[in-house]
Design a protein around this ligand. Structure first.
Ligand code: ADP
Ligand code: MG
Length: 266
């Protein structure tokens, strides 16, 4: 990809699937790091009270005084009071911890409760090329906030037997948000994760996913490898932890696909 002469405004991507353990957080970190390698300015938003994205970037969520929660709920707080630089040049993090679980309840009584995150992110958009929101495994108000803020959605699907179960509910939610809150939202892609080419099973699941979603499925398929759990322990992306690995190459390929698909509408 060509380097950029100038940066922003950012394309916002929600990494979303209400099923846990499908590779949302792993894909957020590694797609972000790969985009940053290509010279894009990237902001990762930890929007899961579990704080796994923060942990995966070497941040201890328990030690944070301010998080994305404060940015959502407190007027007058600016993003640079919450932003953390990561070890990856050009990639920043809006961290989160268990405090965020209160927002789900507290936002209910707010005016424009679905657009709190969009409001909080708006001042940051000129500074970045991509914002990637790591959603929690639910379709609750926090996830609706992510979908309302986003231009596009990436849905990681684990190449496992029940992968497609629940996807209809997710696409319905995306359609509703599109109708009522964010007409520009599009399903950018289905990302097959944890693919094991040695098993017939993985191949069958992938074939069914392609049958169901056609051109929405990214050509990039993320293979299953122990390297990914290792990176979580190391607190860094696979692109720096194992820079020449198959996993790092896969996320670089995904980044190139995203750069092709996410051209900003002029
Ligand atoms: P989610 O955010 O959807 O819950 P994670 O990204 O946290 O999912 O992944 C769940 C677990 O699976 C983590 O331990 C992660 O390290 C591991 N994992 C993610 N992607 C892969 C992969 N391609 N191969 C093997 N393990 C993976
Ligand atoms: Mg996660």
């Amino acid at each position: 990809p060509a380097p950029l002469a100038e940066h922003g405004p950012a394309q916002i991507i929600a990494m979303c699937n209400q099923k846990g353990g499908v590779g949302k957080t792993t894909s957020t970190i590694n797609l972000g790091a790969a985009l940053a390698e290509y010279g894009r300015r990237v902001l990762l938003v930890d929007f899961d009270p579990q704080g796994a994205l923060s942990v995966g970037l070497g941040v201890n969520p328990m030690e944070l005084d301010v998080t994305v929660y404060n940015l959502l709920m407190e007027r007058g707080l600016t993003a640079d009071e919450v932003l953390l630089k990561t070890a990856v040049p050009g990639m920043d993090l809006l961290p989160s911890n268990i405090d965020l679980s209160a927002a789900e309840v507290q936002l209910v009584s707010e005016v424009a409760r679905e657009s709190a995150l969009a409001r909080a992110l708006k001042p940051l958009l000129p500074d970045y090329d991509f914002v990637i929101i790591d959603c929690q495994p639910s379709l609750g108000l926090l996830t609706v906030n992510a979908l309302t803020a986003a231009h596009s959605v990436i849905v990681p699907l684990e190449c496992e037997f029940f992968a497609l179960r629940g996807v209809a509910l997710l696409t319905e939610t995306i359609e509703k948000v599109c109708e009522r809150l964010n007409p520009d939202l599009r399903l950018d892609g289905i990302l097959a994760t944890m693919y094991d080419s040695r098993t017939v099973h993985s191949r069958e699941v992938l074939a069914r996913v392609v049958e169901a979603f056609g051109e929405h499925v990214f050509h990039t398929v993320i293979g299953r490898t122990v390297r990914f759990p290792e990176t979580t322990v190391a607190g860094e992306p696979i692109t720096t932890y194992a820079t020449n690995s198959v996993g790092a190459a896969a996320y670089r390929q995904l980044a190139r696909e995203v750069l092709d698909r996410c051209r900003p509408a002029e």
